[in-house]
Design a protein around this ligand. Sequence first.
Ligand code: GLA
Ligand code: ZN
Length: 669
Amino acid sequence: MQSKFKRILFGGDYNPNQWPEEIWKEDMTYFKEAHINSATINVFSWAKIQPSENVYDFSQLDKIVDMLSDENYDIVMATSTAALPAWMVKKYPETMSTDFEGRHHKFGGRHNFCPNSLVYQKYAKALATELAKRYGSNKNISVWHINNEYGGYCYCDNCQKQFRVWLKDKYKTINAVNEAWNTEFWGHTFYDWDEIVVPNQLSEEFLPDMTMFAGISIDYRRFYSDSMLNCYKMERDAIKEICPDAFITTNLMGTFKGLDYFKWAKEMDIVSWDNYPAYDTPWSMVAMTHDLMRGLKDEPFMLMEQTPSQQNWQKYNSLKRPGQMRAQSYQTVAHGADTIQFFQLRRSVGGCEKFHGAVIAHAGTNNTRVFRETAQLGKELESFGTKTLGSRSNSQVGIIFDWDNYWALEYTSGPTQDLKYVDQIHQYYEYFYNNNISVDMIPVDADFSKYKVIAAPVLYMIKDGMKEKLEKFVENGGTLITTFMSGIVNQSDNVYLGGYPGPLRKMAGVWVEEIDALAPEQSNTVRFADGTEYKCNLLCDLMHTEGAEVLASYESDFYAGMPAVTKNSYGKGKVYYVATQFEAAGLTKVLDEVTKESAVSGVIAEKTGLEITCRESDTTRFYFVMNFTDEEQVLPVSLAGKTDLITGETAKEGEVMKKWDVKILQEAL
Ligand code: GLA
Ligand code: ZN
């Protein structure tokens, strides 16, 4: 359990190029006071460090790097390639992207370069190379940060050309493309590669996420994720060529739809991500996203960005209440972070982020609530030394998250427009969260044998090999839970003929004959064998058992009496099939049975409103105990007597934890 870091990195985005040098000294003084030991620099400085095509000017960056090195910072060095300099767009307009409506963009904005522009690639690679040459031997550079929040979309002619190359590589023949995309439908048959155009509003798509041919749209998502990844790899390789030991990341965005992060993570030395929950984001959703980011490599990750106080880009940018930022930071560490970094260290003077929170506010003083809270957290994290670094999470439950499924499910036309992938996954995650049962968010190619239970809600697309993997898991004694809208299509989005849920039908022991969609004002009721009843909505599978046991049935409509929840024995294991979307209590009823039967346990035995998440080092289990509820919570008895890593005090029986209170209780292993 080794961590790359020698201390918990605490700091964040630092853009001193945006303010006069006289202030830098003050920054250093304040940051020291706040126990800040790390700075992410050079994120948006391309215009400054390469003022024209053939000129690099690192004089200011040199000063910044020297200053931070003198203060022994862990520097996170970004490559600046996420926003283009004006000279580049003027001379090479093709470096900018073409949008969904087919409009080619002009200079401005960021995250809007065309990943398939050879000119962009050439200059991005050259810049990464120059930076590596200049700073590669600096021992204070702990992490290289490529680009920034890869995202955006492009439908330009270069992308179109490259898409055809990607397709040729994947399908070899045009007939194979026609077959994969089922182009017989509406007679969209291609005779030649150059007839294939990008799927946007000018062709197959009519709104973002609405398509007439899911096959091409899903392939374009895959292609685009690969295109961006190629840009990342190109810069990464340029840096590694000069400094082979460089430790390289790029900051991801949680459940961001555009990029297949499991594929990306394989190319990253460490995962880092930016966490910006809104005022009303459930804490279970934040926890799930952390678990997903940890799951990408099944390793601790970096929190690259969060705001110390408020965002500027959400609808309502409420302040983090006193104690909230601290609790949120500990939740992040609890789920696997080895760093806590902010966007940003000092507030911008102008531009659209001047209302974005920062450690140093516009008042330019350390005499603020936000500064004091940051400093307190910094002090606490510093006091942990290396104790928590590299420690791991241990889960008996895995939840499958898969970008192909995310794309495919949300491209479906019908049965309902309200089906959202992340929301469906979260409903299942939330149960485990509420019961303090640790969960790993896993890819379809994970090692399933580690888990007692695998939940695979809305596993719509079953790609090659998945059926066999899932069957083996269940045969060997695992429990699989799956739901409506599962087992429907193959990796090209063509339906498995012979009845839903296709490849899962045998192991689930059910056949789904029809799928009813319920409008928001409609619902049905599901009745369990013990007489309890729960509401359900959204979608209702009308299904027949083929060997499965019926646990609950619909109460109303013409399908009253048909099964709504089933359980099938398969090999040594079980498959649960949940045919509809339950109100939370109904899903709890089902999952209580699943966890009981498969002997899955929470991190402590008691029920509590506290969030309790564990990490384990070689010697210690850390219980992160946090109160995110509005009510006071009593510390569970089983945790009394353990020593708090933060205060050094022993937790007492009956102790009350207020909202945002945190303890990290230690147990020797
Ligand atoms: C993103 C970006 C940052 C900044 C923050 C503001 O995460 O990476 O540059 O714009 O948002 O929340
Ligand atoms: Zn393009």
